[in-house]
Structure formats: structure tokens, C-alpha cells
Design a protein around this ligand. Structure first.
Ligand code: GLN
Length: 450
């Protein structure tokens, strides 16, 4: 598959021919179920779009039954930015319903398969975007990351996934899951493409009140893999990971050393606290955001005899089990008797996590961390919802602290499954993040699965 950098040099005739080839290939690989729908608007380099990003006149459903029939009346800011840079949205990719999940199994369109091993999950919630890029069915894709949903599927499928600093990329037109955590980001074949796509979609936006009003400098034209950086490694923190991950982690440390970086041992608090703080915060925000799907103004319409019945029926029929579970949990942690015990406490833990990262970043430029505790599990391996929540131990603290991070493939296990790790940087220091990632990628040479 051509890279984004190469695609940007093609003529419009070459791009049209390429898109026809792509359509054929997607059709031939329909079993993977990476795309919900393949459409293209206008000319330009085709970019696959997660089904929770508004593209004007497209059906956009967050892979939920409750949004069937909804047509986006406007473009998300990231889509406007793609278009002005000569790119074009091409196809809606599959995802967990409302981005809630780590496996892409909770989509109302059925599961997506991992192109590296079809018995394995592609990760989630941006599993469709990751599978599309990994299977050569997209040059690059956009995903969204609330607690790992770009970085973890990227790692499971052997591609690069980057979550920008909170506030760096406009959320205008992104279907909200947990508004204080959500960020849109690039999913690509290599680090340089991720930097190119990040440059295109980032920047201050008056339409998003949480957008950061600071200057965003381009990073791709300044990429420098030879900078020598101070990088923190976390020997104790990785103990909760599988042997595959530990092995890849040790190899990555050696690679960083041989590239001339200075390695410093650090530790972070037990990630079990991240899980509690995240699942309380995320579900509290989700329950509030999802209140708008009422079947009355919009949502899955089921006529009842009165408004209350319409509301109850449309929500009970329109939402899947995982979404309902989170709506209930979110209401519980926000209810008057439990608000202080759960929600307020989770916000305090969130502050501790942020402070802890800030303390580490006083001494280092980057942190090397696992992104998931194992390689992609097989379908059915994560049996209970709690097993899935616990598989997020390494991804969610980055969102709670609002930091930028990039996941890239560094190894393959004995079965040939990709192993990804992440680098984490200070807030708004994306340049250092990409420089470090490029240097790591150079040591390993990106391992693309197909
Ligand atoms: N797996 C996490 C969750 O289910 C993260 C999802 C995401 O980043 N959208 O909430």
C-alpha cells in the first residue's frame, strides 16, 4: 500500500484509479468487516473515517441502532481540515457502539476481524480503522481515543496510532463518549504519515470550547530522529503485562539505548487505580452525553402512547448491552447518595495521576510504556465485561492526564502477532513525541503485518 506521503503526490487521475482499486480490494476482503460503508466525497487522497465523525450528508451512527436513519447535517472540523489539505473522507469504519469497548464486538454491524489473525479481535473501539490500514484497505484512517481506542487497536493490528494532547484537535463533530477524555487522531502505516495527518487535523477551533487556544506548529517538516532524549522506562509497572509484552519492552529499551537515548528508570502508581478513576469518569460523562438520544428529537423512533413511553422504548431497543451497562453505571456514580464516594473521589485520583506524570516529566522527555497487557486476544477470550475493562490498564491514564501518546509496532510474538508499545510525552510536546517515535521506528523498521 502506498503511504500517505506518496499519495499526496499523485495526480487526480491517478487518485481516481487508485480509489477504484481500493474499492475492489475492500470488496474482496469484506469478511474483515473493516468498513460499514464505502463512499467517497469529492476528489483527493482517500482517508477512512470512524463512524462517530460527522461527514456532511453521510449516515453517521457510532455503530449504534439508535442512530439508524441519522444523516449528518454538517462536517466535523477535522473533515473540513482534510478537505482543505487535498484529502477526502472515504468510507465509514466499524467501531464499538459509541466507542465503548476494546474489541469492536459491540457494533450493531457485527464484529471486525484482525487481519493478522482472523480468530483474534482487532482491538477497539477504532478496530475498523486499524483493520482497514493493516489489511491494506486504507492509506490512513481517523480514529478517536477516549481511553486507548486509537493506540490499542493500532498495537493489535501492527500499525501506528496517535492520540494528540487533549485540546489539540477539535472535537467539533465527534460523537461524544466522554467529553473530557475524547480526542480524534491519526492511524497510519508509519510514524511520518501519522505526523503528516496530525498536522492536517490539529489546531485551535472556536467551535470547540475545549480546544486549546495556543499556537500549533507543524511537526512533520521538522521530524528529527537523531535528537538524543531522556526516556523513562517503568520496570515495575510492566510486571502486569504478558511475557510477549515484557520481551518487546526489553528489546525496545535496548533499541533506544543503541539509538543514543538516555534511559532513566521510573515508576507509576498501580494502574488498578486508573481503571476505577477512568470507568467512573467515562461512564458519568457518557450517561450525560447519551441522554440526548431520546427517540423524540432524534434517535431510534418507536412511537409509544406518551413521551415517556417513547423515550423508554427507543432507548431500550436502540442501545446495545454494553452501552446500557455504562448508562446505568454512570447514573449510579452521579446519583446524590454516591456522588461524593465515587465521582468526586475519581476526580481526585485523576488529579493524582496528572501530578504523577508531571513529576516524571520534570526529569524526562518521554515515557516508554506498554499499551495493552497482551497481544490481541482471541474472540471469546475476554469473557466478562470486567475482563475487558481490566485490559485497559495501560492506555487510560494518558487520557485522564490529557497527554499525547503514540503506539507503534516493535515486535512480533511466536505466533506472528504484532506487539505495540507506546511513547508518552508532555502536554503539547507532540514534536518530541514524533521525534522519539521515529527514532524507535528506525531502530526496528516498521513491521507491517501484510
Ligand atoms: N476501552 C475503553 C472503553 O471501553 C476505551 C474506549 C475508547 O478509547 N473509546 O471505554
Amino acid at each position: 500500500m502506498i503511504t500517505l506521503k506518496e499519495a499526496l503526490t499523485l495526480s487526480s487521475d491517478e487518485l481516481e484509479a487508485f480509489k477504484n482499486e481500493l474499492r475492489k480490494k475492500i470488496e474482496e476482503n469484506s469478511e474483515i468487516n473493516a468498513y460499514i460503508d464505502v463512499k467517497s466525497v469529492g476528489e483527493g487522497v482517500p482517508i477512512a473515517i470512524k463512524d462517530n465523525i460527522q461527514v456532511k450528508d453521510w449516515a453517521v451512527t457510532s455503530a449504534s441502532k439508535i442512530l439508524q436513519g441519522y444523516i449528518a447535517p454538517y462536517n466535523a472540523t477535522v473533515i473540513e481540515k482534510l478537505k482543505s489539505a487535498g484529502l477526502t473522507p472515504f468510507g465509514r469504519t466499524n467501531m464499538d457502539e459509541f466507542a465503548m469497548g476494546s474489541t469492536t464486538q459491540s457494533s450493531c454491524y457485527g464484529k471486525t476481524l484482525n487481519p493478522c489473525n482472523k480468530d483474534c479481535v482487532p482491538g477497539g473501539s477504532s478496530g475498523g480503522s486499524a483493520a482497514a490500514v493493516a489489511a491494506g484497505l486504507a492509506i490512513a484512517a481517523l480514529g478517536s481515543d477516549t481511553g486507548g481506542s486509537i493506540r490499542q487497536p493500532a498495537a493489535f493490528c501492527g500499525i501506528v496510532g496517535m492520540k494528540p494532547t487533549y485540546g489539540r484537535v477539535s472535537r467539533y463533530g465527534l460523537g461524544a463518549y466522554a467529553s473530557s477524555l475524547d480526542q480524534i487522531g491519526p492511524m497510519t502505516q508509519n510514524v511520518e504519515d501519522a505526523a503528516i495527518l496530525y498536522d492536517i487535523i490539529s489546531g485551535y477551533d472556536t467551535k470547540d470550547s475545549t480546544s486549546a487556544d495556543i499556537k500549533t506548529e507543524s511537526v512533520a517538516d521538522k521530524l528529527n530522529a537523531s535528537r538524543k532524549l531522556n526516556i523513562a522506562v517503568l520496570p515495575k509497572y510492566v510486571q502486569n503485562a504478558s511475557d510477549d509484552i515484557k520481551k518487546a519492552y526489553a528489546k525496545a529499551i535496548e533499541a533506544l539505548k543503541s539509538a543514543g537515548h538516555n534511559i532513566i528508570e521510573k515508576d507509576l502508581m498501580d494502574p488498578k487505580y486508573d481503571i476505577s478513576a477512568y470507568y467512573i469518569t467515562a461512564t458519568a460523562e457518557a450517561t450525560t452525553n447519551l441522554a440526548r438520544y431520546d427517540g423524540i428529537r432524534y434517535g431510534h423512533r418507536v412511537e409509544g402512547s406518551n413521551l415517556q413511553e417513547t423515550y423508554i422504548k427507543s432507548r431500550s431497543e436502540g442501545f446495545g448491552d454494553e452501552v446500557k451497562r455504562r448508562i446505568m453505571l454512570g447514573n449510579f456514580v452521579l446519583s446524590s447518595g454516591y456522588y461524593d464516594a465515587y465521582y468526586v473521589k475519581a476526580q481526585k485520583v485523576r488529579h493524582l495521576i496528572k501530578d504523577e506524570y508531571e513529576a516524571v516529566f520534570k526529569e524526562v522527555d518521554l515515557i516508554l510504556s506498554p499499551i495493552a497487557p497482551s497481544v490481541a486476544p482471541k474472540f471469546g477470550e475476554l469473557k466478562k465485561p470486567m475482563d475487558m475493562y481490566l485490559s485497559d490498564i495501560y492506555s487510560i491514564s494518558v487520557n485522564l492526564a490529557g497527554l499525547p501518546a503514540i503506539s507503534l509496532p516493535v515486535d512480533k510474538n511466536a505466533e506472528g502477532m504484532p506487539v505495540g508499545l507506546q511513547l508518552i510525552a508532555k502536554a503539547f510536546d507532540e514534536q518530541t513525541l514524533f521525534d522519539g517515535a521515529l527514532s524507535l521506528e528506525k531502530e526496528f523498521c516498521t513491521i507491517l503485518p501484510i
